[in-house]
Design a protein around this ligand. Structure first.
Ligand code: COA
Ligand code: AMP
Length: 637
């Protein structure tokens, strides 16, 4: 049996023994009494254990003699800034920031929302919360006030931490007015907003609520780590579901640290001292796990990159960072590499840089098409590892664990399930599918450590969304199959969630926003193929009777509403006005059929359709938006 097979089998046969062994790599003030406790569909790992995630990420390394090693490199082509922090320097900033939070009344279990651009202070804020047992909830900087307000309403933070602005290539996004508007919209109000004033923009401060972080830090004493229970929440991270209301995924301290440590050794083959660069954003789960916690817990150097793969300033940006900081492991989304390929199809830029320190490139966030995977492999000469995961799991469900055993790569597959993920493919009746047959990807319970504990404030939704479909299984929401060699293939979402440039967005949320337009009677948003972003939304709109306004103006209004309600990140550009939407006799909109039409796939008129003549108009409307896209001609290698 191969190393992978042995380890995987052990983890499924005796998960408690497996994870108890892995937990030895984490620092505990007090070891657990019970490895796994199951109660009422809740799986709690390392019950009775006492630890601190910030201690494991920073103080432990200083005590072990790594205090002067670089912990964090900040590289910001958009502000032309570079900065480094040793473990000691980062710990000192975190300890003082934790002191500010305590002085502002934050205690263990309080929530703190962090709405920040990609600057070191975003990481400092997260670790400061972890240090005192406060639960952080990072909101991606690209979300608009409405989305931020929904998260404030749900998480009810005592404090919000933000910055005066973010910079998108050459455009400045003033964060403070967005924050002020979000707080105005929310019925819950934080007592304090801690603001990092950036030199590019000084935010107006409200003297009774807003505090200048930098000057406050100067006069605050550092504080020590507070021991927390392994089962205490470390953070809440909101993710898109089928409706507009985001789901607050709750992650615990202990299980998270154990699984991430295991992943660094075994999946990424990252050693203490290695430079680990996850080119993502702290607002996403990849950023939480692999910009912040895992690299630091593993004694690596992490990189906070405030820039894009292209245009900041050129498609050589990733390769420049890899050379300059001797990056050992690079991790990003396939869409980032597609953007580079689009601007540099002959891969001229990569030739200018020395990638000799790079051991492997990891991709995740969306399905990695074989062309992109092979292109990255060809131009870098490094193994390219696709791995599949979700906000809910916090780490890879399936991967090629190169630290354990590098298995042959099958393009299009994220390889095999990771320890503890007892992955199955079930049909709609709950029967296990044969190898190669497409079905629902599910995980037999228990889930391994680090996976979600519940949905914040909505345990019923947790059970409804994930556990009630198939008794004893967690529903991933993805469809796929497992081939005869045990390789997993993830084909797409089963629900109304779409994946735009590696960002998970809800079509239901966009429909809710569009419905606010005064001229709209009803609408349907579907995800359609896009050569750069993988998927983008397309909205089909039915207007109220008697509306004679110019359709282009209505389209612009709809685009604007989605931008203002959700954020520019939604990338809704495709809008078509139709007279009717295709529906079943029971009134369900036939989104899957419209999607097939838009993607140029074979489709049949559903037998349940109320009026099949509608489909002709839908086809025409989709064509007017340039869909289906012409089939790409095969490029010569
Ligand atoms: N704050 C404010 N606005 C933001 C933002 C942020 N943090 N991030 C993105 N936006 C805005 C962009 O400026 C853009 O606005 P525009 O429509 O006015 O131009 C819009 O949201 C869409 O952004 P994006 O999806 O990033 O598209 P892009 O065309 O600017 O860039 C890529 C395309 C491929 C370069 C970019 O999507 C990318 O780098 N993707 C990598 C994805 C990734 O890291 N995913 C994480 C999962 S691993
Ligand atoms: P998020 O929670 O935002 O990280 O999005 C998770 C979703 O992204 C998954 O449920 C998948 O649909 C998709 N996804 C992430 N990584 C991959 C991958 N490597 N292959 C296919 N789909 C992926």
């Amino acid at each position: 049996m191969s190393d992978y097979e042995t380890i995987y089998k052990e983890s499924i046969q005796d998960p408690e023994a497996f994870w108890a062994e892995a937990a030895k790599k984490v620092h505990w003030y007090h070891e657990w009494d019970k490895v796994l406790d199951v109660m009422n569909d809740h799986y709690r790992w390392f019950v009775g254990g006492c630890m601190n995630s910030c201690y494991n990420a920073l103080d432990l390394h200083i005590e072990n003699g790594r205090g002067d090693q670089l912990a964090l490199i900040y590289d910001s082509p958009v502000t032309d800034t570079k900065k480094t922090f040793t473990y000691k320097e980062l710990r000192n900033r975190v300890a003082k920031t934790a002191g500010i939070l305590v002085n502002k009344g934050v205690v263990k279990g309080d929530r703190v929302i962090i709405y920040m651009p990609m600057i070191p202070e975003a990481i400092i804020a997260m670790l400061a919360c972890a240090r005192i047992g406060a639960i952080h909830s990072v909101v991606f900087g690209g979300f608009a006030a409405h989305e931020l307000a929904a998260r404030i309403e749900d998480a009810k933070p005592r404090v919000i931490i933000s910055a005066s602005c973010g910079i998108e290539v050459s455009r400045m996004i003033k964060y403070k007015p967005i924050l002020d508007e979000a707080i105005k919209k929310s019925s819950h109000k934080p007592t304090t907003c801690l603001i990092w004033q950036r030199p590019q923009e000084r935010a107006n401060m409200l003297p009774w609520r807003d505090v200048d972080w930098e000057s406050e830090e100067e006069k605050t004493d550092p504080i020590d780590c507070v021991p927390v229970d392994a089962t205490d929440p470390l953070y809440i991270l909101y993710t898109s579901g089928t409706t507009g209301k985001p789901k607050g995924v709750v992650r615990s301290n202990g299980g998270h640290s154990v699984a991430l440590k295991w992943s660094m050794d075994n999946i990424y083959n990252a050693k203490p001292g290695d430079v680990f660069w996850a080119a993502s954003d702290v607002g996403w789960v990849v950023g939480h796990s692999y910009i912040v916690y895992a690299p630091l817990m593993n004694g690596c150097t992490t990189i906070v990159y405030e820039g894009k793969p292209v245009k900041t300033p050129d498609p050589g940006a990733f390769w420049r960072v890899c050379e300059e900081y001797k990056v050992n492991i690079l991790f990003s989304a396939p869409t980032a590499f597609r953007a580079i390929k689009k601007e540099d199809p002959q891969a001229q830029w990569v030739k200018k840089y020395d990638l000799s320190h790079l051991k492997a490139v990891f991709v995740a966030g969306e399905r990695c098409d074989s062309d992109t995977l092979q292109w990255i492999q060809n131009i870098t000469g490094k193994p390219v590892i696709d791995h599949w995961w979700q906000t809910e799991t916090g780490w890879a469900i399936a991967a090629n664990p190169i630290g354990l055993e590098q298995m042959p790569i099958k393009p299009g597959s994220p390889t095999k399930p990771m320890p503890g993920f007892n992955l199955k493919v079930l049909d709609d009746d709950g029967k296990e599918c044969k190898n190669g047959k497409l079905g629902n990807l599910v995980i037999k319970l228990p889930l391994p450590p680090a996976c979600l504990m519940t949905i914040w404030g909505d345990d019923t939704r947790y059970k409804r969304a994930y556990l009630n479909h198939y008794k004893g299984y967690y529903l991933t929401g993805d469809s796929g199959y497992i081939d005869k060699d045990g390789y997993v293939f993830v084909m797409g979402r089963m629900d109304g969630v779409i994946n735009v440039a590696g960002h998970r967005l809800s079509t239901g949320g966009m429909e809710e926003a569009i419905s606010k337009h005064p001229d709209v009677a009803e609408c349907a948003v579907i995800g359609v193929n896009d050569s750069l972003k993988g998927e983008i939304p397309m909205a089909l709109i039915v207007l109220k009777d008697g509306i004679v306004r110019d359709k282009d103006a209505i389209g612009d209004g709809i685009r604007q509403i989605v931008r203002e309600e959700i954020g520019a990140i939604a990338s809704l550009h495709l809008v078509a006005v139709v007279h009717r939407l295709p529906k079943t006799r029971s009134g369900k909109i036939l989104r899957a059929t419209m999607r097939k039409i838009a993607d140029g796939e074979e489709w049949q008129t559903p037998s349940t359709i109320e009026d099949e003549s509608v489909l002709g108009e839908i086809e025409e409307a989709i064509k007017s938006l340039g869909y289906p896209l012409p089939k790409p001609s095969k490029e010569k290698e």
